[in-house]
Design a protein around this ligand. Structure first.
Ligand code: HMG
Length: 386
């Protein structure tokens, strides 16, 4: 039985910051951001959006009545959770009007958790043919104003429906994975911003990729020539190049040109959105599927998922017949082009307007007359959504 990604959708908030303007205000050279790190823009989250609204807004683009009947589980991967006990997935289940006879759960392991969710979903469908799982990866990357990580911030959600006979890509059973405790990035319970050793995290990412690549090749007897492209977790787009550089010399000159072209396609969306943590690797996949016109059905793409702390997984997917028809290329482009640009001072004000204090009954700046789900504010310690 073929199992994999049947549908995919992306959502990001409506505000956007131009990183050339940020560089000028921060006293950095713009090329450091756009070339050295590889980011042009980042999505900015208003205080009426969070991982629940972004996740529900992404999923609502793909869920239809058949899915509502067949979805048995909602798996939400996030490291920007809104509660220490209650899963964000249970809010999403209600907002999406899914059956109460549905399992809901939230998973956490930095940026890696979406991949764990995907693998759980695949195994569930293998055991329950005909049933479906909704996997959502939703996050807000928040490092703080004028920190080295600021240029890599971002926000957004990817939603995927996992089923048998998938329309986009099958998930192959060839994973290799590893976990090793490291102090490269973490966020203690009482903090709203991540602590990070950026250079260490970049080194661990590269080390784990190389380790898993060698393990994958040994286990599966495949080589780089078996892949038409890679989708990497992209905390910033240059990271993908750093990883690919680790193995590129294993390819012929012609393959190298092809892999670099595909890398560029996979970076397009992250360049304009920033890091969305758990969803980043799938944003990279969506970008590759959207911006490369050279991919063919039957071809394999290697997926490298990394989460600080640290855990990583490498596996492959195979593109299905007519997969391009199901890639939401146009709507994603429209979403990004329709964003409203903020000046640096407006971005700073939005950044500082987040409602983290549950002790105060307060309304967010939610707007009326929109179809998207919104966080309306705190009431008696409870988050209110509509
Ligand atoms: P930094 O110290 O500000 O930057 O931190 P830098 O001095 O290292 O410069 C960055 C690059 O720009 C360098 O290139 C410079 O040479 C270049 P590189 O050596 O890396 O190839 N540069 C220029 N290029 C062109 N023109 C110029 C110019 N000036 C400099 N004028 C860092 C950068 C990414 C470390 C920082 O932004 C950071 O800490 N980011 C957050 C952490 C992060 O993204 N880590 C990535 C790996 S860990 C991961 O992926 C997990 C994560 O997603 C979290 C999770 O799992 O939950 C983060």
């Amino acid at each position: 039985m073929t199992i994999g990604i049947d549908k995919i959708a992306f959502y990001t908030p409506k505000y956007v910051l131009d990183l050339i303007e940020l560089a000028k205000v921060r006293g950095d050279e713009p090329e450091k951001y756009t070339i050295g790190i590889g980011q042009d823009k980042q999505s900015v989250v208003p205080n009426y959006e969070d991982i629940v609204t972004m996740g529900a807004n992404a999923a609502s683009k793909i869920i239809d009545d058949t899915d509502r009947q067949l979805i048995d589980s909602v798996i939400l991967a996030t490291e920007s959770g809104i509660d220490n006990s209650k899963s964000g997935a249970i809010y999403i289940q209600r907002l999406l009007n899914l059956s109460e006879f549905t399992r809901t759960i939230e998973l956490k392991q930095a940026c890696y958790a979406g991949t764990y969710g995907l693998m759980q979903a695949r195994d569930y469908v293998a055991a329950h043919p005909g049933r479906r799982v909704l996997v959502i990866a939703s996050d807000i990357a928040r490092y703080g104003l004028a920190t080295p990580g600021e240029v890599t911030q971002g926000a957004g959600a990817i939603a995927m429906i996992i089923s048998d006979n998938p329309k986009i890509a099958s998930i192959n059973t060839d994973s290799v994975y590893m976990s090793a405790e490291r102090a490269d990035f973490w966020r203690p319970l009482d903090r709203t911003q991540a602590l990070v050793d950026g250079h260490l995290s970049t080194d661990i990412y590269k080390e784990m990729f190389l380790t898993l690549w060698q393990r994958y090749c040994t286990k599966t007897q495949q080589t780089i020539s078996d892949f038409s492209g890679f989708a990497f977790h992209l905390p910033y787009t240059k990271m993908g190049k750093k990883a690919l550089d680790e193995v590129l010399d294993q390819a012929t000159a012609e393959q190298q040109v092809n892999l670099m072209e595909k890398l560029k396609a996979s970076q397009q969306l992250s360049r304009q959105v920033g890091n969305i943590y758990t969803g980043s690797v799938y944003l990279s996949l969506l970008s590759l599927l959207s911006y490369s016109d050279k991919l063919q059905s039957g071809e394999k793409i290697a997926i490298f998922s990394y989460g600080s702390g640290a855990e990583a997984e490498l596996y492959s997917i195979t593109l299905q017949e007519n997969f391009t028809e199901y890639v939401p290329r146009k709507s994603v482009k429209q979403l990004l082009e329709g964003r409203q640009k903020l000046s640096v001072s407006e971005y700073e004000a939005v950044f500082n307007s987040q409602l983290f204090d549950s002790h105060v009954n307060v309304k967010s700046e939610a707007v009326s007359g929109v179809t998207q789900f919104q966080f309306l504010g705190w009431q008696n310690g409870e988050r209110v959504y509509a």
